[in-house]
Design a protein around this ligand. Structure first.
Ligand code: NDP
Length: 484
């Protein structure tokens, strides 16, 4: 059986405990590899390697750092097919999605931050008349921790690592234990790209052991975390009293507001995608759909017609729209919410059941599910399900729509469908979300700030925001003599 290894100090190594965890293929339900069950000793070794590499890496010229990052981007592109196949097998997502979204974006993350670091400048403030000059140094923090989830494995892992190392930090990183494969393969590419040993150290294992060991490590200066709100809260409680810098990208329960004046055909096609892409396992999926009542019945009919014919199947089959959910426990969690919806008076319009895929009977497949629910207070509209389940509610007025959209503890993203520019401005300002998409969805320019409000997170990633997070600013104030 294939063994995934930790990548510490530029070398692949086994866990110090000698213990391993099973890694499942979600499309068959079979164990296909094993991963290190790392603990605090492995994290400590990773930290030592990072600490040793830091003086040299933080003094490496911007040009050289940039070139290594761009080389890594090129290598990911050259290995697109291999990495996409590994991602589809490990996560259960359609190969087509991994090939067109996940892996290209992982490459783009390194390319973007390889370029961005060359443009990252600090400020100078001359106190005119006082013979004083101030300038700001932006220094790397030292050794930082990056912890990422299973839904977009390499995409989100590299979204953190790229700005961290571009800014001159060294990293101890942990991918989700559920989807470790592409992070493992990244180690090889780092070596090939000439990234010095110790700059990036990848430790595999369980969140509460390996992840926790990163969070509680006395000398790791910052934690960049993407995952569930509960885990984020736990990490904040642990790390805040240690005065670590924290970036938390957490859950979402995003509203999709559809007004009658929108471009209907475009809205319908994009709404199918924003509901079910990656089996609905994207923190930005629009899981609560609010529709203006004059088009509610038409939308319901057309949407259900499109969703009912989506093909659930083998991720490697080119006709597949939805692959497998990531794990058995996650499948059970999602199904339990469908049951809750029924108890709350919800009407399942399509889906709602497991799908048996011929030859893959052990896989975790679920039909895309549309539920009409009585009100926004239902648990299914308040709690993150993170699967192929969306709810429909009609609204009469803009005021009612915005009230329901904001009446939730999350505030990650929102989508608005309208051609009315006044309404666009009014609602964009009122929506409690870190990202508002108007007449589009998942449209990303990596220079823009990314992150959530309320319980969807603290801090922003993306562009210079990420480079600011991974650096400490220091003011240098020089008084000079006005001689001859
Ligand atoms: P989790 O919070 O369960 O896990 C995220 C990561 O944290 C994993 O690597 C996990 O390891 C690790 N972890 C778990 N417990 C601890 C701990 N005590 N200390 C340190 N690390 C720990 O989230 P999921 O992996 O289930 O991901 C789904 C969630 O991520 C959803 O809520 C989704 O909304 C959110 N998300 C948010 C995004 C955003 O940008 N805001 C983007 C994508 C997802 P392990 O898996 O090994 O247990």
């Amino acid at each position: 059986m294939e063994k995934i290894l930790n990548y510490i100090d530029g070398t692949f190594c086994e866990p110090s405990s000698g213990q391993w965890l099973d890694n499942y293929n979600p499309s068959t339900g079979e164990v296909y590899s094993q991963i290190p069950d790392s603990n605090a000793d492995d994290v400590s070794e990773a930290y030592k390697a990072a600490e040793k590499a830091f003086p040299s890496w933080s003094n490496t010229t911007i040009d050289k750092r940039s070139r290594i990052l761009i080389k890594l981007a090129d290598l990911i592109e050259e290995n697109l097919d291999r990495l996409a196949a590994a991602e589809a097998k490990d996560n259960g997502k359609p190969l087509s999605l991994a090939t067109t979204v996940d892996i290209p974006r992982a490459s783009a993350n390194f390319r973007f931050f390889g370029n961005a670091i060359t443009q990252f400048a600090s400020q100078a403030h001359e106190s005119v008349g006082l013979q004083t000059m101030n300038f700001t140094l932006r220094e790397p923090l030292g050794v930082v921790g990056c912890i990422s989830p299973w839904n977009l494995p390499l995409y989100l892992f590299t979204w953190k690592i790229a700005p961290a190392i571009a800014a001159g930090n060294c990293v101890v990183a942990k991918p989700s234990e559920v989807t470790p494969m592409t992070a493992y393969l990244l180690g090889e590419l780092c070596t090939e790209a000439g990234l010095p040993p110790g700059v990036l150290n990848i430790v595999h294992g369980n969140g509460p052991t390996a992840g926790e060991a990163i969070v509680v490590h006395q000398k790791i200066k910052a934690i960049s975390f993407t995952g569930g709100t509960k885990t984020g809260e736990h990490i904040a409680r642990t790390a805040a009293p240690m005065f670590k810098k924290l970036s938390l990208e957490l859950g979402g329960k995003n509203p999709n507001l559809i007004f009658a004046d929108c471009n209907y055909d475009k809205m319908l096609a994009v709404t199918v995608r924003s509901s079910f892409a990656n089996q609905g396992q994207i923190c930005l999926c629009g899981s609560r759909i609010f529709i203006e009542d004059s088009i509610y019945e038409k939308f319901k009919k057309d949407f259900v017609a499109k969703v009912s014919v989506m093909k659930v199947g083998d991720p490697f089959d080119s006709g597949t729209h939805l692959g497998a959910l990531v794990s058995q426990p996650h499948l059970e969690k999602v199904i339990s919410y469908i049951e809750i919806a029924k108890e709350e008076g919800g009407k399942v319009l399509c889906g709602g059941e497991k799908v048996n895929v011929a030859g893959k009977e052990g896989g975790y497949y679920l039909a895309p599910t549309v539920i009409e629910i009585p009100n926004n207070k239902c648990r299914v509209n308040q709690e993150e399900i993170f699967g192929p389940v969306v709810t429909l509610i009609a609204f009469k007025t803009e005021v009612e729509a915005i009230a329901m959209a904001n009446d939730v503890k999350y505030g990650l993203s929102a989508t608005l469908w309208t051609k009315d520019v006044d309404r666009t401005m009014r609602l964009s300002k009122k929506l409690e979300a870190g990202i508002v998409w108007v007449n589009t969805w998942l449209n990303r320019d990596l220079r823009t700030p990314f992150g959530g409000m309320k319980e969807s997170g603290v801090g922003r990633e993306g562009g210079f925001e990420a480079l600011r997070f991974f650096t400490e600013s220091k003011n240098v104030c020089i008084s000079w003599e006005d001689g001859e």
